[in-house]
Ligand binder design. Sequence first.
Ligand SMILES: Nc1ncnc2c1ncn2[C@@H]1O[C@H](COP(=O)(O)OP(=O)(O)OP(=O)(O)O)[C@@H](O)[C@H]1O
Ligand SMILES: [Mg+2]
Length: 319
Amino acid sequence: MTPAIFAENLGRTYKDKVALEGLNLEIPRGEVYGLLGPNGAGKSTTVRILCTLLLPTSGRAMVAGYDIVDHPTEVRLRIGAALQATAIDGLQTGREMLSLQAQLYNVKPAVAKKRIAELEALIDLGSDFDKRVSTYSGGMKRRLDIATAILHRPPVLFLDEPTTGLDPRSRQQMWDEVRRLNEQLGVTILLTTQYLEEADFLAHRLGIINDGRLVAEGSPLELKRTVRDDIVVANIKGDAREAEGPLAAIRGVKSVSALGERIEARVTDGAQAIGHVAIAIQQAGLELADITLRTPTLDDVFMELTGGHITEDEHEPVH
Ligand SMILES: Nc1ncnc2c1ncn2[C@@H]1O[C@H](COP(=O)(O)OP(=O)(O)OP(=O)(O)O)[C@@H](O)[C@H]1O
Ligand SMILES: [Mg+2]
């Protein structure tokens, strides 16, 4: 069976800026594939090329069995896309937007009515559904975007940062919907995200992308297993940087990073190291608030591959 999405040596250069380079992808039908990477990594560039909105400057790609450059119309008929920056016509209401989408894709009126009613419950706009889109908040527009992308039941769906800007409750609803679309309707989904938790929760397989290149690929669990270390996390009453030196000196500690009152030490054997870490902190004259052990997260994987964090503000442990 041909894969739902296939890319070979795909690349895009803007003048002298290489936004994407040498991307190879093979996403089988029915998979949820996540592209995880920081700002500017090349996620939107990839999605826009695969949706036929941007021409690649090298390589080739097939989506739903058609070449994106030679047969863009065939591709477009078979995909749905909720992109990062969409030009929503603010003068229409949410309901009108969905009706228009149904007409564009020749969805029969009776079917469209039923689907719009279902989507109305999902996007949860209440009476705002019949108000002009120009009055919507960012999160409301986002939810409408996604409803628009799935109304015609495309076999392949692209979601570029689907939950950025959503509150936790809306994010959870969106996750449930992505899962439902995939599990019940068999939709193949390529989504991009900067959220580790989202990638971990939704994606069957992940590609980690940084600076225009795919640097790792695998299931979330496989990727996390590539980091063989444990992480000791200590909270200190005071500046955690004061503990950096003493912790780095402990045998078995591979690296130390401090942020505010929190310090993390990567160690080969967590159970063995945790006591030594606690003692070293006390011997340095610092007061320990708590100390725990955690297994590697996708951020640790990213850190190992690139030396940086995916997002500056997200350091919550995810397992
Ligand atoms: N039209 C353009 N002209 C020049 N450079 C561009 C253009 N569009 C994107 N870029 C550059 O290409 C790189 C990749 O951008 P892209 O939008 O694909 O990243 P991203 O992973 O989607 O980032 P974000 O998380 O911020 O959405 C960035 O360095 C960006 O500045
Ligand atoms: Mg983007």
